[in-house]
Ligand binder design. Structure first.
Ligand SMILES: [Zn+2]
Length: 236
């Protein structure tokens, strides 16, 4: 993870430049807090066994025309299921727990806190292919602040599930809103989707931007603009 923390007061005489990136603000249906405040999978939830999951990989190997018995593929089902365990570990983690430990000492800090360039990899729910990029998260604390690495961990928990970029964006914002009850949250995610770059239209390098603003960021276009300027600003 390569997150940079920026000083967020723009210097005087250094008016933020207009952001030229087109940002699509996502407004999905209201999220049910139950959806993101607990682990997505209960420990006692019935699931197929590991052997059954490996058998499903064998089926896929045969489907593409492979001989699953050839030497190079003998361990592939096990490896694929292990990779799934890693890529989808977010189902077993609780987003609210990550944000649970907060600090009350804000020393009168009254501006937003921005963590920029949180790298993530997620899997699109339509093709189960990776999309990856960076999340930029800001929130304005009221009394409680959270350790900065926790915003990166929160991003990872949601990213390590099947996702759409829009939903990922909204979930991060909603979890911070719900747990920290800040004056506002701003989340901007830029990502490249391999389901678009290596299949389908096969366009490399196309970025998709999604954003979600709540509270003061939603209500005050100037704050929104300041956030976007710091994320996409001239010194990038
Ligand atoms: Zn896709």
């Amino acid at each position: 993870m390569d997150a940079a923390i920026k000083s967020i007061r723009p210097a005087k005489n250094n008016e933020p430049k207009k952001v030229e990136t087109r940002v699509v603000e996502t407004r999905p249906a209201e999220l049910d807090p139950a959806e993101f405040l607990a682990a997505a999978v209960r420990a006692d939830q019935p699931r197929p066994s590991r052997a059954e999951a490996e058998a499903a990989v064998l089926t896929l190997l045969s489907y593409i025309g492979e001989d699953p018995d050839r030497e190079g593929l003998l361990d592939t089902p096990r490896r694929v299921v292990e990779a799934f365990d890693e890529l989808y570990q977010g189902y077993h983690q609780c987003p609210a727990q990550v944000l649970d430990r907060t600090f009350g000492e804000t020393a009168g800090y009254d501006d937003f806190v921005l963590v920029r360039d949180i790298e993530f990899t997620s899997q699109c729910e339509h093709h189960m292919m990776p999309f990856y990029g960076k999340a930029h998260i800001a929130y304005t604390p009221v009394e409680r602040v959270v350790g900065l690495s926790k915003l990166a961990r929160l991003t990872d928990i949601f990213a390590r599930r099947l996702q759409t970029q829009e939903h990922l964006t909204a979930q991060i914002a909603a979890a911070i809103d719900e747990v920290l009850k800040p004056r506002g949250v701003a989340v901007l995610i830029e990502a490249e989707h391999t389901c678009m770059s290596v299949r389908g239209v096969a366009k490399h390098g196309a970025s998709t931007f999604t954003s979600r603003f709540t509270g003061m960021f939603r209500d005050n276009p100037a704050e929104q603009q300041r956030f976007l300027s710091l994320v996409r600003g001239p010194n990038r």
